[in-house]
Design a protein around this ligand. Structure first.
Ligand code: HH2
Length: 272
């Protein structure tokens, strides 16, 4: 657990599902990113387009205007930054501004994206989504959600490698909430080991998402307990990266879990 990477969310959007509009002003987004770093984030994920169900698409120009000043400032501070975008030209500009990772929720849906990432030798997150943000929650169905997500990610890993992206720089993500029912999300978290056995670090982004509200009856701002429960279950199952809004609480939870597991390990050894 010690090596879990905590990716703090910096949404520079008017309409993100949990914090839309709070950090649309670049100065507010930069200050928020700095707070997340102080709280223990290893990496900041800066996004300028909401992907929530039914969200309105934005142009490349608008997206760049939102994210570039924020990335420049945070990377300038020495922070590791990922850019949450599915547009190759936004990714290229963000990489030039100091981002080191492209977090692509469409897993190379833009035909130019792989070449941009191969050329920049940056990190790349490939995420599974069924449908598009506009349609993805219209009764998604799978025969076997874990097998289908795994197969999709395996295929996208091949596409990335064929385009010259170094496989060692790629992380995979089952896309919690992206074209999935509550049951699908739970199944994916419970069997995250099946995604981890693709051999690449697994990212899980479940922070404050709707399925937590469906289970607990809590509104979006009151889902910290549920978010932490998913984080620990995911890490216990083999996830390596947690994309979260509540960095301080997540870091504390990981520290305590580490301390417990650290105690257990020598006892297991002593049994032999
Ligand atoms: N979830 C969201 C956005 N980007 N990227 C990855 N790799 N994994 C995720 O689960 C993921 C993601 C949606 O959450 P958020 O950014 O809080 O909201 P919005 O899309 O409304 O901006």
């Amino acid at each position: 657990m010690a090596a879990t990477i905590v990716m703090g969310i910096v949404n520079v959007t008017p309409d993100s599902f949990s914090d839309g509009g709070r950090y649309l002003d670049p100065a507010a987004a930069i200050a928020h990113g700095r707070e997340l770093l102080a709280a223990g984030a290893d990496l900041l994920d800066v996004g300028g387009e909401s992907t929530r169900p039914g969200a309105v698409a934005v142009t490349s120009e608008e997206e760049k205007q939102r994210v570039l000043p924020v990335i420049e400032a945070l990377a300038g501070d020495g922070a590791r930054v990922s850019v949450d975008t599915s547009k190759a030209d936004v990714a290229a500009a963000a990489l030039a501004a100091g981002a080191g990772i492209v977090n692509d929720v469409t897993a190379l849906g833009d035909p130019e994206m792989a070449a941009v990432c191969a050329g920049a030798r940056c990190g790349l997150v490939l995420m599974h989504m069924k449908g598009t943000p506009r349609t993805m929650q219209d009764a998604p169905t799978y025969e076997d959600v874990v097998a289908e997500v795994r197969e999709f990610l395996a295929g996208r890993l091949e596409v990335a490698a064929a385009a010259g992206v170094d496989p060692e720089r790629v992380w995979v993500d089952p896309g919690i909430g992206f074209g999935k029912t509550v049951e699908h999300n739970l199944e994916l978290i419970a069997r995250i080991d099946r995604i981890a056995d693709l051999g690449r670090p697994v990212v899980v982004g479940a922070s404050r998402k709707n399925f937590l509200g469906a289970i607990t009856g809590r509104e979006v701002g009151e889902r910290l307990g549920g978010s932490i429960a998913v984080a620990l279950a995911a890490v216990a199952g083999g996830a390596s990266v947690l994309r979260v809004h509540d960095v301080a609480a997540t870091v504390d939870a990981l520290r305590v879990a580490d301390a417990i597991i650290g105690r257990r390990t020598p006892l297991v050894g002593a049994d032999r």
